[in-house]
Design a protein around this ligand. Structure first.
Ligand SMILES: NC(=O)c1ccc[n+]([C@@H]2O[C@H](COP(=O)([O-])OP(=O)(O)OC[C@H]3O[C@@H](n4cnc5c(N)ncnc54)[C@H](OP(=O)(O)O)[C@@H]3O)[C@@H](O)[C@H]2O)c1
Length: 283
């Protein structure tokens, strides 16, 4: 990855004409008006990709923020997620449609709909995917993908998927949890890898290795972590409700981490033990 990265960068999804903005904005735990304000601030400073979920309870607020931003709908990439199947393919499909309606209105669409978790069992995962495929066919989402899926879950999909590979796999990724097996597998198959909790929720702000690198570049530890994720070829989704931090986390395009310093950060990997949310199960 070179220093020529830009906030406007787009990444193509596999077997699709859709492109996803390389920098995303997370809204987990941002609720009500705070979510609306944070999302509008993010759009004002140049983010064009918002990551929501049914589980976050803020889909309507994300939709409102995008409308109030004044940006054309097709200039913003909106993701949401479904956690569990609803008991039948039809009921699951209706839950998906409800989300799209909430975000974008009865005639609207989302850009990406993900299965939030791999923990629904094989038949649950199949029901979720088939409902997503139907939503994609009907044009209410422009792409579909998975989250927290290991190699075995994506391989299993081959038995029933009409759309394979999934366009995206969203997983926890930062220097302490690099998930190298699934990252490599996704890259080999063209699956876009999104990095959630890329700031490690600020828990590593005092890590001496990270602090030394931040000082060397004259950047904050959060900026180093966002830039690290971009240079790894991931699509990071940093979250903040604070206007200064929202802007600062996206101000990462005037420097490049050297390959030696990327290696120093790579060496912080603790495998699954480094996860603060969850590491995927590959086998
Ligand atoms: N698919 C999944 O299972 C899954 C799981 C987790 C997360 N996600 C997605 O990924 C997004 C990001 O992950 P995350 O929210 O878990 O964690 P994160 O982005 O790593 O960190 C967010 C936390 O760091 C703080 N923060 C943000 N910028 C900061 C800065 N510059 N300096 C100091 N602290 C800062 C935020 O507080 P303030 O808001 O006060 O700034 C917030 O508490 C989520 O919002 C969600 O969209 C997905």
């Amino acid at each position: 990855m070179s220093g020529k990265l830009a906030i406007t960068d787009l990444v193509p999804l596999p077997n699709s004409t859709v492109q996803i903005p390389r920098l995303g904005f997370g809204v987990y735990r941002a609720v009500g008006d705070k979510c609306v304000e944070a999302t509008k601030t993010a759009l004002k400073v140049g983010y064009r990709h918002i990551d929501s979920a049914q589980f976050y309870g803020n889909e309507a607020e994300v939709g409102r923020a995008v409308r109030e931003s004044g940006l054309p709908r097709n200039e913003v990439f909106i993701t949401t997620k479904i956690m569990t199947p609803a008991g039948s393919p039809d009921a699951t499909y209706r839950k998906l449609v409800e989300s799209v309606d909430k975000i974008a209105g009865k005639d609207g669409y989302v850009d990406l709909f993900l299965i939030h978790s791999s923990k629904s069992g094989e038949s649950g995962r199949k029901e979720l995917w088939q409902a997503l495929e139907r939503l994609l066919e009907e044009g209410r989402t422009r792409s579909i993908g998975v989250s927290n899926y290991g190699v075995k879950h994506i391989e299993e999909m081959k038995a029933y998927a009409k759309v394979w590979p999934p366009h995206v796999n969203q997983i926890e990724l930062h220097p302490w949890c690099q998930q190298r097996v699934i990252d490599k597998y996704c890259k080999e198959h063209g699956i876009v890898v999104e990095a959630y909790s890329p700031l490690v929720r600020n828990y590593k702000a005092n890590d001496p290795t990270l602090v030394a690198i931040a000082q060397k570049y004259g950047k904050t530890t959060a900026q180093i972590l966002v830039r690290y994720a971009l240079q790894k070829g991931w699509v990071p989704l940093p979250k903040s409700e604070n206007p200064e931090r929202i802007a600062a986390n996206a101000d990462v395009y005037d420097f490049e981490i050297t390959s030696d310093d990327m290696t120093v950060l790579d060496n912080l990997d603790q495998g699954a033990a480094g996860a603060i949310v969850e590491a995927v199960v590959n086998e």
